[in-house]
Ligand binder design. Structure first.
Ligand code: WT7
Length: 637
């Protein structure tokens, strides 16, 4: 097991060591894991291609590190607690021993269906125990999981399956989310019409809904498991074999499949989990993220389970059956560590304080925040009402591409500053650069946030298109990994994340690419063009504002087009990408070379037309006036 940092002095000492001797430092961490064969070399890297390899030629299986390594001391300890959507339904608790058995059964069942090392498996499941079980079963046999959040549309699912040529999909007939009941299988059916690589769909029965099973293709979960043994020997994997692909949006094109490999991801997941959260024996850890996002991968499933923790997964939403649900769960399981997103906190603030002040939250020790900058008001509420002023808040900054937390306080160790992610973890070497890529030295400065040295959890590639990985993250600034975020470093060297500096909108902690939303809107037959920007939203952090030009519309068409656009985006991407505001406008502000000036649209969306800057270079400056007049917000001039 990784030994936790226990003081600020020790943090500084580990940090120094990790910079002066990264290979020695990470070898020491990696030695606490179970390897079938040790690595020949700790690190091989360049950010040019990029080509990063950790624990070169090491052989292992990540699930042996979750199970075989933990079982001698934890067979009967609860690994996973499942809290259902409906509080009246019974929870499920699985010990390490029980979870292991279930993982082995699914691993063997996958093998029986012909799934083997390197094959891609799509997982499109609700937040039920079968989701992490399926995930770990893939890892057990060396298959690559590609988990698709079960809120994505048929088209999004189809794109992801096809991009990585998944052989099999694990799904459910339906799902419960709050008072909603989603017919998941019909979404899958729609997607699979255009997914020739899929041989079988394995279907879990979660809701009572009848569904259509396609003969020869679809298999019920219970039939899939029939006659399968519960003993399985882990596949021996290379440290740099792929563990999973997770799709995420960028500033251009379709979502890309961020690829993580086994050895580095494993070491970094446990190391960062233990140190940031300061998990102790007997603690109960509750991460509210869906496993369909990276937070769920690293800090609901892999990190805590590697560390031998007890991890809660919650099927539902914070507002069902009422706004006290999170706190009921905290009380029910005596949660010690609670990790959520600022958007959830803001939504709960809006519901009133009684929902939280009336609950017993005395078990809590550590609070976490992730996904977007936490504003001071939300920080204060979280600190005062939830943590009663006695629980450190770890504001954890990281990304799908980083595999794990890079900048964050260590709970109870690092001094806190509201809205600051504070200091880099050992092994993490942030730099701030100006737009030309010059490194900005010293403190009290701000710039674009980059990393100058690899950490074990860093992205290895984008599936099927390595050059896209290079162009996206390693080509903006030479020899640096560029995060896409701006940041400030204060007088103490503490980092405050300022948000995206690219065309990515952070909606409720989820990344939405503006290009992707525009592509969806443009598919409406009456739409000529569109431009999408983010604007400040009280709950979501950022809302989606779409400026749209259309062909001539009749009054009837005018009456329905906004709803049609919203439905279209929902159908093509998923409900999370729905525009909050749609403004029909006669034109968009463009330069003479035809480039849309988003800066102007962003300003107007923020309600501030006082500093639009020079609009004289526009092809037609009068469109700006039209847009301000028709804006869906109050615009100050
Ligand atoms: C982007 C990554 C990594 C988990 C969830 C999101 C923003 C993330 C913070 C934070 C300020 C944050 C950044 C980043 N972000 N955490 N603590 N403070 N901003 O993962 O979808 O890959 O998005 O989320 O802008 O680049 P993701």
């Amino acid at each position: 097991m990784i030994k936790k940092i226990s003081s600020m002095a020790e943090y500084h000492q580990q940090y120094q060591e990790s910079v002066q001797d990264p290979e020695g430092f990470w070898a020491k961490q990696a030695e606490t894991f179970m390897w079938q064969k040790k690595w020949d070399k700790v690190l091989d890297w360049n950010f040019k291609e990029p080509n990063v390899k950790w624990f070169v030629n090491g052989k292992l299986n990540i699930t042996e590190n979750i199970f075989e390594r933990n079982l001698p001391t934890r067979r009967d300890q609860v690994a996973l607690i499942w809290e259902p959507n409906d509080p009246k339904e019974k929870e499920i608790k699985l010990t390490y021993g029980q979870l292991f058995e279930k993982v082995c059964v699914v691993a063997n069942a996958l093998k029986k269906q012909g799934v083997g090392k390197g094959d891609r498996v799509a997982i499109y499941l609700p937040m039920v125990p079968e989701l992490p079980i399926a995930m770990l079963a893939c890892a057990r046999i060396g298959a690559v999981h590609s988990i698709v959040f079960a809120g994505f549309s048929a088209t999004s699912l189809m794109d992801r399956i096809n991009d990585s040529q998944c052989k099999i999909i694990l799904t459910a007939n339906g799902l419960f989310r709050g008072n909603k009941n989603v017919a998941l299988k019909s979404i899958v059916d729609e997607a699979l019409v255009n997914c020739p690589s899929i041989e079988h769909a394995i279907v879990l029965r979660r809701t009572g809904d009848p569904i259509n099973m396609v003969e020869g293709r679809d298999i019920w979960w219970e039939d899939f498991l029939k006659g399968v043994s519960n003993e399985n020997t882990a596949e021996v994997m290379d440290s740099e074999d792929t563990l999973f692909i997770l799709y995420t949006s960028g500033s251009t094109g379709k979502p890309k499949g961020v690829l993580h490999t086994i050895g580095g991801f494993m070491v970094y997941a446990e190391y960062s989990f233990m140190n940031v959260f300061q998990y102790n024996e007997g603690d109960v850890y509750f991460c509210t993220a869906d496993i369909g996002w990276i937070t769920g991968h690293s800090y609901l499933a892999y990190g805590p389970l590697l560390a031998g923790a007890t991890s809660i997964m919650f099927e539902g939403v914070p507002s069902y059956p009422d706004a006290g649900r999170f706190w009921d769960i905290v009380d029910k399981y005596k949660v010690t560590h609670f990790y959520t997103a600022p958007t959830a906190i803001r939504a709960l603030i809006a519901m009133g304080d009684d929902w939280v002040t009336s609950k017993d939250l005395s078990s809590l020790k550590v609070l976490g925040s992730v996904g977007e900058p936490i504003n001071e008001e939300a920080w204060k509420w979280y600190n005062d009402l939830v943590g009663k002023g006695r629980c450190p808040i770890v504001d954890t900054w990281w990304q799908t591409e980083t595999g794990g937390i890079l900048i964050s306080p260590l709970a109870g160790i690092t001094p806190l500053k509201p809205s600051y992610a504070t200091l880099p973890l050992p092994g993490v070497q942030p730099v701030l650069v100006d737009p030309e890529g010059n490194v900005i030295e010293g403190n009290n400065v701000q710039g674009n946030l980059c990393m100058k040295f690899p950490w074990p959890g860093i992205i290895r590639s984008t599936y099927g298109d390595h050059d896209r990985c290079r162009v996206n993250y390693f080509a903006t600034y030479e020899n640096l990994y560029f995060t896409g975020d701006g940041a400030k470093r204060d007088e103490d060297g503490f980092y405050r994340i300022l948000g995206r500096v690219d065309d990515v909108i952070n909606v409720s902690g989820h990344r939405i690419g503006t290009a992707e939303v525009e592509d969806a809107i443009n598919q409406h037959p009456k739409v000529v063009e569109s431009a999408v920007v983010g604007y400040p939203h009280p709950i979501k952090g950022a809302g989606i504002y779409a400026y749209v030009t259309t062909e001539h519309l009749t009054d009837d068409q005018l009456a329905t087009i906004e709803k049609e656009i919203v439905d279209l985006v929902s159908k093509l991407i998923g409900p999370i990408a729905k525009p909050d505001k749609i403004q029909l406008t006669p034109g968009l502000p463009k330069t003479r070379s035809g480039k849309i000036m988003r800066r102007i649209l962003r300003k107007i969306g923020e309600g501030d037309a006082s500093s639009l800057g020079d609009t004289s270079t526009l092809l037609d400056p009068s469109v700006v006036e039209d847009i301000i007049k028709g804006a869906k917000v109050d615009v100050k001039r």
